[in-house]
Design a protein around this ligand. Structure first.
Ligand SMILES: [Zn+2]
Length: 213
């Protein structure tokens, strides 16, 4: 059973073509874990690993559970955070900003970590969101195989839908382990993406206030 918020966010992302490319799959979490475990065993065995070894034996199951219950749990809208809002009073209409939200996501091209920090802000329209809810929305979309650009837009859109305010800004600075540890091995490179809605798009001072610390 999906919450109203989850349905509204999902529909908005589909309309904007910002959803992760997905195919319908009605398998339960337990069935998904079982299938992934089976295939992960095959992957490990084809690399020549001995799954009768005590240290490796449970890895396929461990990885499958981690995929479904943790690092890719954001593919399932049943895990969308419960959102509480309170009506905004007049005089509460300044920017609300949260810095340094820790992000752990996964690059969809290589299935290795993307780690960084997220900054989000919104200007309340009629509703105030509980502060930790913004962090939870960020974490939900991080728990998918991702592209940093799409992740940034998904977070912006979700906050717009839930806050009923167009005035939302999202900024992500992250390290991609696929750049860091393989390929060009560029240890210090960071990727920055941002997405601005409403007043943040038009008002340079507001954008500067958002980007300042
Ligand atoms: Zn990658």
């Amino acid at each position: 059973m999906l919450s109203q918020e989850a349905i509204a966010v999902k529909e908005a992302l589909e309309r904007l073509q910002l959803e992760n490319p997905s195919l319908l799959n009605n398998h339960s979490d337990a069935e998904k874990v079982e299938t992934i475990q089976y295939h992960m065993s095959a992957i490990m065995q084809s690399m020549g690993l001995d799954l009768t070894d005590e240290s490796l034996g449970k890895s396929p199951h461990r990885i499958a559970k981690m995929y479904i219950e943790e690092i890719f749990s954001g593919l399932n809208y049943e895990n969308f955070p419960k959102i509480t809002t309170v009506p905004a009073q007049s005089g509460q209409l300044d920017m609300i900003k949260i810095d340094n939200i820790l992000m752990n996501s996964t690059c969809e091209h290589h299935f290795v970590p993307i780690q960084g920090q997220v900054k989000v802000a919104y200007i309340p329209n009629e509703k105030l969101l509980g502060l930790s809810k913004l962090n939870r929305i960020v974490h939900f979309f991080c728990r998918r195989p991702q592209l940093q650009e799409r992740l940034t837009q998904q977070i912006k859109t979700a906050i717009q839908v839930i806050s009923n305010s167009k005035d939302v800004a999202v900024h992500i600075q992250a390290t991609h382990h696929c750049v860091h540890s393989r390929g060009v091995r560029d240890i210090n490179s960071m990727t920055t993406t941002s997405s601005y809605g409403g007043a943040f798009q038009e008002n340079f001072d507001l954008k500067r206030e958002f980007l300042g610390n």
